[in-house]
Design a protein around this ligand. Structure first.
Ligand code: C5P
Length: 238
């Protein structure tokens, strides 16, 4: 089994259509993975049963629902996530200060860490202009990250390339979560800003999210083991 600290740093995205698929996929890699990420596809279909996979398999759960609504609604959804024992939950920083403040207050002392999503990686500068935002994606992301921080949210989802700069902005205790992780030899799929597991750890990523490189591998268990070993090696070198 992978050493506990390295395992806790690797999150497997359960991007599967059904609970049965997700359970089978997670069971194959649980020795190397400490966190299971439940996203919209699985949660909309299977609901809290998907969250229960974490307790069944000895992993924390990252509920990636990217909440964005009026403050009262998000506050109550955060309370529901706490009720289910979720460890990480995403909210859109674009929901504004009052939404973020209220969510942060609800999560305080609960064991749930909120993660702010800034500018979706699918958006570019032209998309922002169309939305009436004149800042570049980079500047807008920094503005939203600072807003989340000032509202008491000390976690962020960001690319490997942004970790070092955002660490300065958010401080040493912030939880910086990086998707877009690709083993050096593999395909990048539709991810544009990718980094290897070792590069992510060296840049200061707190939690690495990996989906397709494990899910679609010929041998998912061996792939997850190799990624966890790369994390452990980079931690040892750091
Ligand atoms: O398959 P892959 O490793 O690209 O999976 C990455 C996971 O992280 C997916 O579940 C995706 O929704 C999520 N994600 C992302 N990029 C972001 C935020 C979340 O890829 N900016």
């Amino acid at each position: 089994m992978t050493p506990e600290p390295s395992r806790r740093r690797l999150a497997f995205a359960l991007d599967y259509p059904t609970l049965a698929d997700a359970r089978a996929g997670a069971a194959r890699v649980r020795d190397s993975v400490g966190v299971l990420k439940v996203g919209l596809e699985l949660f909309v279909r299977e609901g809290p049963a998907a969250i229960a996979l974490g307790a069944d398999l000895g992993c924390d759960v990252f509920l990636d629902l990217k909440l964005h609504d009026i403050p009262e609604t998000v506050d109550r959804a955060v309370a529901s996530a706490i009720h289910h024992g979720v460890r990480y939950l995403t909210v859109h920083a674009g929901g504004g200060r009052r939404m973020l403040d209220q969510a942060a207050r609800r999560a305080e002392g609960s064991g749930l860490t909120l993660l702010a999503v800034t500018v979706l990686t699918s958006l570019d500068d032209a998309d922002l202009t169309e939305l009436g935002v004149s800042d570049s994606t980079t500047d807008h992301a920094r503005r939203l990250a600072a807003l989340a921080r000032d509202s008491g949210i000390h976690g962020l989802v960001c690319s490997v390339n942004e970790v070092a700069r955002l660490r300065e902005l958010m401080g040493p205790a912030a939880v910086l979560v990086t998707p877009g992780i690709r083993p050096a030899a593999g395909p990048s799929d539709d991810q544009k800003r990718t980094g290897t597991p070792g590069a992510a750890v060296r840049a200061g990523s707190s939690l690495l999210v990996v989906g397709r490189p494990i899910r679609d591998a010929a041998d998912p268990a061996a792939t997850a083991r190799a990624i966890a070993a790369e994390i452990a090696e980079a931690e040892g070198a750091g």
